[in-house]
Design a protein around this ligand. Sequence first.
Ligand SMILES: N=c1c2ncn([C@@H]3O[C@H](COP(=O)(O)OP(=O)(O)OP(=O)(O)O)[C@@H](O)[C@H]3O)c2ncn1[C@@H]1O[C@H](COP(=O)(O)O)[C@@H](O)[C@H]1O
Length: 163
Amino acid sequence: MPSTSTKKSSAETGKPVQGKAAGKSKKTEKAAAQKPAGKKSAATHPVAPIPEENVNASILDRLFDVVTSRRGTDPSLSHSARLLSRGTGKIAQKFGEEAVECLIEAVAGRQHELVGESADVLYHLIVLWVDADVTPAQVWAELERRQGISGIAEKASRPRHKS
Ligand SMILES: N=c1c2ncn([C@@H]3O[C@H](COP(=O)(O)OP(=O)(O)OP(=O)(O)O)[C@@H](O)[C@H]3O)c2ncn1[C@@H]1O[C@H](COP(=O)(O)O)[C@@H](O)[C@H]1O
């Protein structure tokens, strides 16, 4: 998660955020074609950094609760409400755009921007889960189930299909 964002404290209070995070790019193709190094993202929002030792992944559960609480609320007051009101196709599209923006930063080697885009991806994934009635606990359980199972061994154990 980015270490500098108004969004963390809002997720903790559960209060709606009015307006957009500073400098979020509009469209993925624009980002790919035009984005200069060091574009502004939520991670560069001018708010005091939160020390990394004071945070952990429980923010994902709290963020899920906040986004769930936005269902059916005023889209002019909540970005989550706006996204959820636009339907699964738009939510999926936004998630895909954020994922592409994230990989652009990874390939470009821009670590700071990658942190911000990663936070965007996780937020939009959570919106996707809320829309699909998937809970974080379901995903955590699947990750737990996979713990200790090597990806190489798992792939080798799959039945082979002749083409
Ligand atoms: N983590 C986030 C978060 N990350 C990104 N965003 C918003 O996602 C939006 C992405 O902007 P884009 O221009 O890409 O998308 P868009 O406005 O849908 O534009 P179009 O593609 O439709 O043209 C921005 O408005 C960002 O502020 C987020 N909005 C909310 N949260 C969290 O969700 C909580 C609830 O927010 P609200 O639902 O707004 O109250 C907040 O407290 C935060 O913790």
